[in-house]
Design a protein around this ligand. Structure first.
Ligand code: GLN
Length: 545
């Protein structure tokens, strides 16, 4: 029988519920349990694919091609879970299902209501992700007290009755602020948030209290009495300097033992040595390296969450601290590349959509190529590298049709027909198609060419990586570009889709059509990020001080 841990949040948003859920997953995996983690999001968008990254942070992509909330990235980074379409449900997706069933006549004329139809659908959605896991952690998005999350809370309340009291645990994450002027820790917001939860019938079993300093036994007792909870079930969730320290800090506070007792798990103590290792390498590395990220949404770091984590992982693999230099590509357009890039050891151009800032990215790539600074282009970054090479090395009047519909040399374009290796179907794309309809999404196989940077990094030739884009390399230009020194180092197995390009006579220059950042973990840094940071560190062996 699988057991379920529901994680809710109170008081304010942005307390790090996703990280907490992921860290609980890491703790339980370290006890030898098979874990999965699911996110239930209260917003009405059917999936986050069309949400602006400025509002909602990065869109994370699963192997099975689902565009999901960025918290699924945390789940994959902290655990061995491979998330799929069933690991993320939104209110929109739940209603979509219910309304489709109603239209099909599945409810046989019933009046369709929030309770029981929506709540039943939510319970079905929860079970859809369970499979053969020992533990399923379910994070409920939003903050308790919001109107939007009520159906989810009602569904998880009922869930305990469906699967048995002994198989369900409610963990509530709150904030216990320190009021500097009074020199005191305040428990009232937590009391109110728990009161709110209890009013809808959920008594939390464990409280995770985000706090700047450890809660004293007195404070814990006070929270316990007011919240109707054991005082050993009040846990200080201390601020830590790296998120990867959270599993260690939870163990320190005895969270694993508490979960073990409350769910009768009978498992050995968790072995967290890999996490201790990760934290040590992040806190006291030998080297440091300066990496420029030339992008568009640089003010909202959450829109590049997996990317910045993957760079940190590349640092772990090379015993180096990665110092981030966020560069707005539009500023390169107006002020030139030299001002922003002359001091960095590596330049990365990440994925993106739309024409704004494109010329600045292309200019940054020219700078990296000519000055022989290690360069890593991801998705749009790879496409821009192809455009740059076509223009400045091959003399073509080149662009992507995404930015210039009738460009003379469309080196990046919408491929009209291509064989979808994931679905086995032939896909047809056209310029007029609805937004989102023609995206290449999810995991695709890629075959690497021997004796290239890519093959050296992966140490194998058959790989699989995740995609999220519409435009592709135009094979019409392959021969010409390759005759001028471009190297195609990865393609689809049928060779139709160019997946990785490189150039020779450069310390490290690689662009890939996929998003490797989605598969990087601190305990398993991604080969391309390791190789890129490795090349950057080699440039200038700067010690970490
Ligand atoms: N805009 C480009 C495309 O759709 C690249 C997308 C991306 O970087 N994820 O192909």
């Amino acid at each position: 029988m699988s057991k379920y841990i529901f994680v809710t949040g109170g008081v304010v948003s942005a307390l790090g519920k996703g990280i907490a859920a992921a860290a609980i997953g890491a703790l339980l995996e370290a006890k030898g349990l098979k874990v999965t983690i699911q996110k239930l999001d209260p917003y009405i968008n059917v999936d986050p694919g069309t949400l602006s990254p400025i509002q909602h942070g990065e869109v994370f992509v699963t192997d099975d091609g689902c565009e999901t909330d960025l918290d699924l990235g945390h789940y994959e980074r902290f655990t061995h879970v491979t998330t799929s379409i069933d690991n993320n449900y939104t209110t929109g997706k739940i209603y979509y299902e219910v309304i489709s069933k109603e239209r099909r006549g599945d409810y046989l004329g019933d009046t369709v209501q929030v309770v029981p139809h929506i709540t039943n659908e939510i319970k079905r959605a929860i079970k859809s992700a369970t499979h053969d896991n020992d533990i399923q952690i379910v994070e409920i998005g939003g903050t308790v007290g919001d109107i939007e999350s009520l159906p989810f809370l009602e569904a998880i309340r009922q869930f305990r009755y469906t699967v048995g009291r002994e198989n369900v645990l409610y963990i509530h994450l709150t904030l216990v602020p320190y009021i500097r002027a009074a020199g005191e820790i305040k428990t009232k917001p937590t009391q109110h948030s728990v009161k709110e939860l209890r009013a809808i019938g959920i008594q939390p079993d464990i409280l995770l209290c985000r706090t700047e300093q450890l809660l004293s036994a007195d404070v814990k007792r006070k929270i316990a009495i007011h919240c109707n909870i054991d005082s050993d079930a009040v846990i200080s969730a201390l601020d830590v300097s790296t998120v990867y320290e959270v599993p260690l800090s939870f163990r320190e506070e005895g969270l694993d033992k508490l979960i073990e007792k409350k769910l009768s798990l009978n498992r050995p103590d968790p072995d967290l040595s890999v996490w201790e290792d990760v934290v040590r390498k992040i806190k006291a590395p030998k080297y440091q390296t300066n990496i420029a990220i030339v992008g568009k949404y640089i003010d909202l770091k959450d829109s590049y969450k997996s990317l910045s984590e993957a760079l940190i992982h590349g640092g772990i693999a090379n015993d180096a601290r990665v110092n981030f230099h966020w560069v707005d590509s539009e500023e390169i357009e107006s002020q030139g590349a030299e001002k922003f890039l002359s001091d960095v050891d590596g330049i990365l151009v990440p994925g993106g959509f739309g024409i704004r800032g494109i010329e600045g990215k292309i200019e940054a790539i020219r700078y990296a190529r000519e000055k022989k600074i290690p360069f890593f282009g991801i998705c749009l970054g790879m496409q821009c590298a192809v455009i740059e090479y076509s223009r400045n090395v091959c003399g073509l009047s080149a662009n992507s049709t995404e930015f210039e519909k009738n460009v003379k040399e469309p080196v990046i374009y919408l491929m009209e027909r291509w064989h979808n290796h994931r679905t086995g179907k032939v896909e047809v794309r056209d310029e007029g198609a609805e937004m989102g309809g023609t995206m290449r999404l999810g995991a695709y196989p890629c075959v690497l060419t021997k004796d290239t940077n890519a093959a050296a990094a992966y140490k194998q030739t058959d790989i699989s990586e995740r995609h999220r884009h519409r435009y592709e390399f135009n094979n019409k230009y392959k021969e010409l570009l390759c005759s001028k020194g471009l190297v195609v180092s990865g393609t689809s197995p049928d060779k139709e889709l160019v997946e990785i390009v490189e150039i020779k006579d450069h310390p490290w220059f690689l662009g890939c059509q996929f998003h490797p950042e989605f598969k990087s973990k601190p305990i398993q840094p991604h080969p391309l990020f390791s190789a890129f940071i490795g090349a950057a560190v080699k440039e200038k062996r700067e010690l970490f001080t």
